[in-house]
Structure formats: structure tokens, C-alpha cells
Design a protein around this ligand. Structure first.
Ligand SMILES: [Zn+2]
Length: 195
């Protein structure tokens, strides 16, 4: 009879839709972290923030299905209004793409419930979902490193993407969350070769 909390987060960076989709989740028994996982769902067409969020929830629910026992209690926390409200039946599922993931998530949740676990879904603000957000971001950084992408994490959780200044023609890194985040970083200029 244990109380479990599942925190999940998904992201689509540096652009949504069509960016790199990543996910992360943390599963706790009481206050003890018993699992934290992350990964990516690839990039390009069909990848959106909502798809990434649903994937994060699904991966977490899958582990919950295999871990929790009859009599346990699970609260699933996410900062995606859409995913949480849809799971609670408060939002309609209007997109076919999302319906696919919604069906997977509801049937996964159903299996967990059939195992005798009580399951509920709660929305939390982003600031309370830091660990899952961090894991999803780690997945992004690793994906970029593995695929040789010139992206850098921004302190806001966004991504610094190489951009061109239209006036000067010079390059700089700007946050993918502009104008919400206005952070920039200068591009290191290679030393001119000695004569
Ligand atoms: Zn930023």
C-alpha cells in the first residue's frame, strides 16, 4: 500500500512543431526516487510538444504498470494543461495525431487500474516539474551531441540556436523561446590563421 508520484515532461526544441521531441519522467515512492528515465522520439514532421508530452506520460505509465501493486496509489503530475485535462476528460481530443496517443495513454492507465492501483492526474505549474523538465532537456542535449547539432541549452530551459543578424549579417545564438526569453550568446569567432 504505497503512494507513488509520477512526474513527466516532454519538449519539442528548438521549434514546435517539427523540432526534436524528447521526454523525461521521475517515479517516486513516497519521497524516494525509484526511477528516472529520458529519451527522444526523433525529429521533424509529426513531432510536436503535445506528442512529446504524451510520450513522456506513456513511458512513465508503462513503468508504473510494471512496478506498482494492488492497493497502491498513483498520482500522475504534468505541466501540460492539454494532456492532463484530456486525461481527466475536461478537454476534448480534437486532433487525430493526439487521439492516437490519448488512446494509448488511457488504455495504459486502465491496465494500471485493473491491477488494483488508484490512478489520478493532476496539473502542476512548470516550476514544480523541474526534475522531469531537466531529464527531457538532457535527452535533447544528448541527441544534439550524437547528431552534431549546433544547439546550446539556455538557462530558461529553451535552446540557443544559431541565427543571423539581418542588419549586420553577423551570427549569434538566440533563445528558441524568444521573445519570452531574450538571452543571446556571441558566436566564438575562429582565430584568423597566422600569416
Ligand atoms: Zn532562454
Amino acid at each position: 500500500m504505497d503512494a507513488y508520484s509520477l512526474y513527466f515532461d516532454g519538449a519539442c526544441e528548438p521549434k514546435n512543431p517539427g523540432g526534436i521531441g524528447t521526454w523525461g519522467f521521475v517515479l517516486l515512492r513516497g519521497k524516494e526516487v525509484i526511477a528516472q528515465e529520458y529519451g527522444n522520439i526523433g525529429e521533424g514532421e509529426g513531432v510536436t510538444n503535445n506528442v512529446a508530452e504524451y510520450n513522456a506520460m506513456l513511458m512513465g505509465l508503462q513503468l508504473a504498470r510494471d512496478t506498482l501493486k494492488s492497493g497502491d496509489k498513483l498520482v500522475v503530475y504534468g505541466d501540460s494543461q492539454l494532456a492532463i485535462k484530456q486525461m481527466n476528460g475536461r478537454y476534448n481530443v480534437n486532433s487525430d495525431r493526439i487521439r492516437h496517443f490519448y488512446k494509448l495513454a488511457t488504455s495504459m492507465a486502465k491496465v494500471v487500474k485493473q491491477n488494483g492501483v488508484s490512478v489520478s492526474f493532476e496539473w502542476i505549474p512548470r516550476e514544480q516539474n523541474e526534475k522531469a523538465d531537466e531529464l527531457s532537456h538532457t535527452a535533447f542535449v544528448e541527441y544534439c551531441a550524437a547528431h552534431g547539432r549546433d544547439y546550446h541549452p539556455c538557462t530558461c530551459g529553451g535552446t540557443l540556436v544559431k541565427r543571423t543578424n539581418r542588419k549586420t549579417g553577423g551570427s549569434f545564438y538566440g533563445c528558441s523561446r524568444y521573445p519570452k526569453c531574450k538571452k543571446t550568446k556571441e558566436v566564438e569567432v575562429a582565430c584568423p590563421s597566422s600569416e
